[in-house]
Design a protein around this ligand. Structure first.
Ligand SMILES: Cc1ncc(COP(=O)(O)O)c(C=O)c1O
Ligand SMILES: C[C@H](O)[C@H](N)C(=O)O
Length: 348
C-alpha cells in the first residue's frame, strides 16, 4: 500500500468526466473560453467576494509566480523553515521573483507564530540599500507537517505581517483539506483573516494538474498575467484546467474528497498511536501524518511492499527517525486497517 503522497492517487472520476465533456467543439485558447470565466465566478461565490483567478498546472508554479508579484526582486519573503517553498521547489520562488530572498523561520508543528515573525523582523531592521526589505510572508494551509491554522491563528499571523507592511501569500496545495477539517468558511480562513493571495490546490485532491492563484484584490494581479505568460505557464487549452475546477467546485466535491482523505488519516493516526512503540510526531489535522516506528519496523514494512517516505527536515523533532504517511481521496478503510494489522505484527 502506498502512503507516499496524495500526488500518487490519480484523478477522481468526476474530474476525468469533466475533461471529456470539455473536449466538445472548439473553444478560445489561453483562458478566453467560457468555462474559465464560469469558474472564476464560482470562486467568487465560494470566497464571498470578487477575486481575480489564474490557473496554472503545478503548485510550484502557483507559489513562485504568486510571490513574483508580491515582492520586488531585491525583497525578502518570510516562510516556515519546513515550508514547501523553502524545501521542495528547488529555489523556484527565488527564480520566479528574480532573486528575492526566502527567510526561513522555525515554528512548532510546522506553523508560523506572530511572536516568531516579530522577533525575526526585529533582527532585520530596514537598512536601505544594504538590507533586503521584508516584503511578503508565505504560510502553508494545511501545513507540510499535517497541521492547520485556525481562523484565529491565521488572523494573528497575518496581523503581524500586515503591521510590518508585508503582503501575505498562502500555499494552499492542501487548502481543501484544511477547510474540510476546520468547519470554517474559505473566506474566514483567507481574506477575512488577512491573506492577500491564495494558491488553491486541486492536484493533490483528485484533479490532474489544476492550481488556482486567487487574488483577493484585483489590483495586486496586474502583473501576474505577464509573469505567468513569460514563465511559459499560460496553458493554450486552458479549458481543460477550467473543466477540472468546474467539476471540483461543483456540489462541494472538493470538500467531499478532502474530508474522506482527512478521515482516513485520522483512522490511521489513531490506530498507529495505539501500537506500542509507535509515536505520532504532530497533531493529525488534515490528510497527512508523521510517525516514528521502533527501530527496524519501517524497513520491514517497506520490504513487505508498503511505500512511504522517511521525513527529515530542519526542524525535525525525531532526529531523522520520522516517516510521512499521506492518505488521499482514494484511500480506503480496508487499506488503512490492513496496514495497521501489518504494523502490529511487525511491532510484536
Ligand atoms: C505544501 C505543498 N505546496 C506546494 C506543492 C507543489 O506542488 P507541485 O508538486 O504540483 O509543484 C506541494 C507538492 O505536493 C506541496 O505539498
Ligand atoms: C514534498 C513533495 O514535493 C510533494 N509536495 C509531496 O507532498 O509529496
Amino acid at each position: 500500500m502506498s502512503f507516499a503522497s496524495d500526488n500518487w492517487a490519480g484523478a477522481a472520476p468526476e474530474i476525468l468526466d469533466a475533461i471529456i465533456r470539455a473536449n466538445d467543439g472548439a473553444a478560445p485558447g489561453y483562458g478566453g473560453d467560457t468555462l474559465t470565466k464560469k469558474v472564476e465566478a464560482k470562486f467568487a461565490e465560494i470566497f464571498e467576494r470578487d477575486c481575480a483567478v489564474y490557473f496554472v498546472a503545478t503548485g510550484g508554479a502557483a507559489n513562485g509566480l504568486a510571490l513574483s508579484v508580491m515582492t520586488p526582486p531585491y525583497g525578502m519573503v518570510l516562510c516556515h523553515e519546513e515550508s514547501h517553498v523553502q524545501m521542495d521547489e528547488c529555489a523556484g520562488p527565488e527564480f520566479f521573483t528574480g532573486g528575492a530572498k526566502l527567510l526561513p523561520i522555525a515554528g512548532e508543528n510546522g506553523k508560523l507564530s506572530a511572536d516568531a515573525i516579530r522577533k525575526t523582523l526585529k533582527g532585520f531592521p530596514h537598512r536601505p540599500p544594504h538590507g533586503a526589505p521584508a516584503s511578503a510572508l508565505s504560510l502553508t494551509q494545511g501545513t507540510e507537517c499535517g497541521t492547520r491554522y485556525s481562523v484565529d491563528e491565521t488572523s494573528v499571523v497575518c496581523a503581524a505581517a500586515c503591521e510590518a507592511g508585508l503582503s501575505v501569500h498562502m500555499d494552499g496545495a492542501r487548502f481543501s483539506n484544511a477547510v474540510a477539517a476546520s468547519g470554517a468558511s474559505p473566506a474566514e480562513l483567507t481574506w477575512k483573516a488577512g491573506v492577500d493571495v491564495l494558491c488553491f490546490g486541486g492536484t493533490k485532491n483528485g484533479c490532474i494538474a489544476a492550481e488556482a492563484v486567487i487574488f483577493f484584490d484585483r489590483h495586486r494581479a496586474m502583473d501576474f498575467e505577464f509573469m505567468r505568460k513569460r514563465a511559459g505557464h499560460l496553458w493554450s487549452k486552458m479549458r481543460f484546467i477550467a473543466a477540472q475546477f468546474d467539476a471540483y467546485l461543483e456540489d462541494g466535491l472538493w470538500l467531499k474528497l478532502a474530508s474522506h482523505a482527512n478521515a482516513m488519516a485520522q483512522r490511521l493516526s489513531s490506530g498507529l498511536a495505539a501500537i506500542n512503540g509507535v509515536s505520532i510526531m504532530y497533531p493529525t489535522d488534515i490528510n497527512e501524518l508523521f510517525v516514528t516506528f521502533p527501530d527496524g519496523v519501517a524497513d520491514k514494512l517497506r520490504d513487505g511492499g508498503d511505500i512511504f517516505y522517511p521525513w527529515i527536515t530542519p526542524g525535525d523533532p525525531a532526529d531523522g527517525r520520522g516517516h510521512r504517511l499521506i492518505c488521499s481521496f482514494r484511500t480506503t478503510e480496508e487499506e488503512v486497517d490492513e496496514f495497521l494489522e501489518r504494523v502490529r505484527k511487525v511491532c510484536d
